[in-house]
Write a protein that binds this ligand. Structure first.
Ligand code: SAM
Ligand code: F3S
Length: 447
């Protein structure tokens, strides 16, 4: 049986796409996924180009696979994702060992591209954006544990001035509601209990319904909440400019919607937000959070920050730090701005020294880390419902599950078969840097 090794860089969308590639190649060619590249016949790199470093990593990675490829005739290397989308044919010219080049919207054509490359002994390349055709051609997803991702929309039409994604993934396209519901159904039938709705901007979801009407994210959440065996709903990522009252209302009315939200803000200064073309102000962002906290006082918030955007002043940065205090994020992804060729911001003049950007980033990360610690400490002594996902990594008869607020909890397993896939109540005893420790409160009532 042929073996497939996939290396994934970047975001959750890429993780999702990689698992769909595995499903697809299993169905078309019987490929089994392996974690040992030496056993593999096909190597796929699912790449990311959101920052320069991520992009460079792909080419140095490809350099390392030269020997792997020549060690056995017939081995095939494919490159997908955003670097492939951006570079297209140039990628196959620059890295001669590459046989397949495909974009985020053409991964469903992998089986054909593989056949083509074998037949012609030349690179097979397809990085087009053929609308939503991708989903029509993918097989039913295979669940891997009690949690699963379901992609509800693709691409992004926001064109933030710093971001490459609209150019590599194409414009926003939503999957029809019935397709989404069929995928959720298939996953629930395999024992899934928690679904994360996935997309670059999931709150831009506008799915066609059977009667011709349009379903938005809030309505989708209300519909999914009626699925009896679905215990928890998450979504990521959403865009602050489209976070309307209907979504706040969904938090108020649907207890299955997890008390956690990732809402990228990027900067706390209106001047910078304007230059970034984010489409909201600092006040509007904070107002959204105020409304959310009014209906869900214990919601956990996380965000994305870009530090050192061209011309960012000390005062702009202080406004970002102040926004962090007001919003009380308990986690965040933060990076120094990285110019991306072809984006408008890449042409902006930038006088901020690299060392200053690094200092700002370090200060921001230290504060977020502190806030995260305070958030975890506040959980000690509380009772949290966790979805039990697997045995704990460190073993010792412990199980691991996640709280609604997206924190991992390790706790001693009860006697009998491991309750993987069940929602159980746990009392939190201790907050460690990366996880919580707790003990079961009861095992009988929860389904
Ligand atoms: N859709 C999301 C939103 O509402 O902003 C963001 C998706 S983007 C692929 C993920 C994150 O990468 C962004 O939130 C941003 O913080 C970061 N990012 C994007 N372009 C970047 C750049 N040129 N330099 C540094 N970070 C960048
Ligand atoms: Fe990028 Fe802005 Fe879209 S950060 S993914 S262009 S919302």
């Amino acid at each position: 049986m042929s073996k497939l090794f996939i290396k994934t860089f970047g975001c959750q969308m890429n993780e999702y796409d990689s698992s769909r590639m595995a499903d697809l190649l299993k169905e078309s060619h019987g490929f089994e996924v392996t974690t040992d590249p030496e056993a593999a016949d096909l190597l796929l790199l699912n790449t990311c180009s959101v920052r320069e470093k991520a992009q460079e990593k792909v080419f140095s990675e490809l350099g390392r696979w030269k020997e792997w490829k020549s060690a056995r005739p017939g081995r095939v290397i494919g490159v997908g994702g955003c670097v492939a989308s951006q570079e297209g044919e140039a990628l196959a010219r620059r890295a001669r060992i590459v046989d397949l080049v495909f974009g985020p919207q053409t991964l469903h054509r992998l089986p054909e591209l593989l056949e083509q490359a074998r037949r012609t002994h030349a690179p097979a390349i397809d990085v087009r954006f053929p609308e939503i055709e991708k989903f029509d051609r993918l097989p039913e997803p295979r669940a891997d544990g009690p949690t699963a991702f379901v992609s509800i929309m693709e691409g992004c039409s926001k064109y933030c001035s710093f971001c490459i994604v609209p150019y590599t993934r194409g414009e926003e396209v939503s999957r029809p509601l019935d397709d989404v519901l069929a995928e959720v159904d298939a996953l629930l039938a395999q024992g899934v209990r928690e679904i994360t709705l996935l997309g670059q901007n999931v709150n831009a979801y506008r799915g066609r319904m059977a009667d011709g009407a349009t379903c938005d994210l809030a309505l989708l959440i209300h519909i999914l909440a009626r699925f009896e065996t679905l215990g928890r709903i998450r979504f990521t990522t959403s865009h602050p400019a489209e976070f309307g009252d209907a979504l706040v209302e969904a938090y108020a009315r649907e207890p299955k919607l997890a008390g956690y939200l990732h809402l990228p803000v990027q900067s706390g200064a209106d001047r910078v937000l304007g230059m970034m073309k984010r489409g909201y102000t600092r006040a509007a962002y904070l107002e959204t959070i105020r409304k959310l906290r009014a209906v869900r006082p214990d919601i956990a918030l996380s965000s994305d920050f870009i530090v050192g955007f061209p011309s960012e002043t000390a005062d702009d940065f202080e406004q970002t730090m102040d926004l962090i205090e007001q919003a009380r994020f308990d986690s965040a992804y933060s990076f120094v701005y990285s110019p991306r060729p072809g984006t408008p911001a890449a042409n902006l003049r930038d006088g901020v020294p690299a060392a200053v950007k690094q200092q700002r980033l370090a200060r921001l990360q230290a504060r977020i880390h502190e806030l995260g610690g305070e958030f975890a400490a506040r959980l000690v002594g509380t009772r949290q419902t966790v979805l039990v996902e697997r045995p704990a990594r460190k073993g010792g008869g412990q199980l691991a599950g996640r709280t609604a607020c997206n924190r991992w909890v390790n706790f001693p397993a009860p006697a009998g078969p491991a309750p993987i896939g069940r929602f159980l109540d746990v009392r939190i005893d201790e907050a460690l840097p990366n996880s919580l420790r707790g003990r079961l409160v009861q095992t009988s009532a929860a389904p």
